[in-house]
Structure formats: C-alpha cells, structure tokens
Design a protein around this ligand. Sequence first.
Ligand SMILES: [Fe+2]
Length: 231
Amino acid sequence: MTHDTPNREAEDGGLVARLSEDALKVRRYFPTLIFSLDVPDSEILNDDLIEEIYAERERDRTGVRKSNFPELGSWHSHVKLHKDVTFAGLVQYVDAASAMMCRELGYHRSYQLRIGTMWSIINPPGSSNRAHIHPGCIWSGVYYVQAPKNSGGIEFIDPRTQNLMSSVEYIPDTKRPRICWTKVQYKPVAGKMLIFPSWLYHSVAPNRSRAKGKDADRIIVSFNLSQERRR
Ligand SMILES: [Fe+2]
C-alpha cells in the first residue's frame, strides 16, 4: 500500500495521518437563503412612497404594535398596504422577484408566491425592532424607502440553535468563513429589497441618524409571501 503523503511523527511521538488537500469532501445542505434586489428607478418610487406613508401615519396616528416600540416614536401601519394603489409599483417588483424565486427554487408552476400582508414602519432616531419571526407564511421581505446613515441595520440570527450548545474558538482577528457565521447584518440602503425565510429571526438596531427632522427617519415597507394556487 502506498501513500502520496506518508504519515509523519507527531510531537508526542505518535503518528499523524496526512491527507492530500482534496481528500476531504464537503457538501453544503440546508442553506439559509437571503435574496436581495436593487429596485430600478427607486428614487421616483420612493418619493411617492414617502409622501403616502407619512399621509397614512396622519390618518392613523396610533398604528399597530408589533416588533416596534411605539413609546419610542416608532410607527407601524396596518397590514393591507398592498391593496393601496400607491403601493402598486412596489408590489409589481415584489411579484417579479418572487416569480424569479419560484423558478430558482423549483416551486410548482400551478402556484405562486403572493403578498398576504404588507405594512410600513417609520423608525425615528432612537427606535428599533426587537428580534422576531413572521409566522404563517413562507418568505418575508423588507424594502428600504428611506435609510439615512446610521439609521439601523437589520441583523439575521443563525437559526441552528444547536450552535448555542457549544461555542467554537476561531482564529482571532481573522474574518470567519461565511459558512461559520452565526449572525449577519445588512445596512439599510434606500431602493434595496431583501427577501428572507419567514422563520429566520431578525432584529433592527436603533436608529442613530444625526440628520435633521424627517430626514432622520428610517422608513421601510415590509411584506409576507405565501404560496397560493394560481387563479
Ligand atoms: Fe420582521
């Protein structure tokens, strides 16, 4: 029996098996997918959305309490914004992105991903969103309408809770391989859409914008997608 890379002696006198670089195979199963889309011509879309979202807040100052903190000034709209004609342009991009996802993921062609709920959140400076998931749907998304500098990144948390059972020491001061991350943050960028699994825990850091007045507000539109049979 021959070896390209013969065993060698370890420091303690025992033998250490040596393997060629390509000897160990790996397959990546059960990935957590986060889709992103830079919406074309988003500046025009966002101007209309900003106007309509503030108008909606005037109509419904109380709003809804979900993962937001109304006591800190955060406002959450009702959840049927996709029925509002002002949001039709954004809905078209959500539909286009979700159709691409259906093809990518091999979903049954007799079904489509449809928006079940859509809402807006205005987070002024100091506001954030606690960690949460979106029950009762398959995919969820966020679209950034206004995102000034330091207005609060979204953080996704590793869903594999077994990682909490035993932590690993990594090489210090070195970026970990992405496959070993236990959280990931995205900076909000106006015009960007993220679509992620509804079961994936996520939170939003406090808005620390130093912009003046309403320019400091972090404004998003979020939505949930479910699979429905085509009509
Ligand atoms: Fe959320």
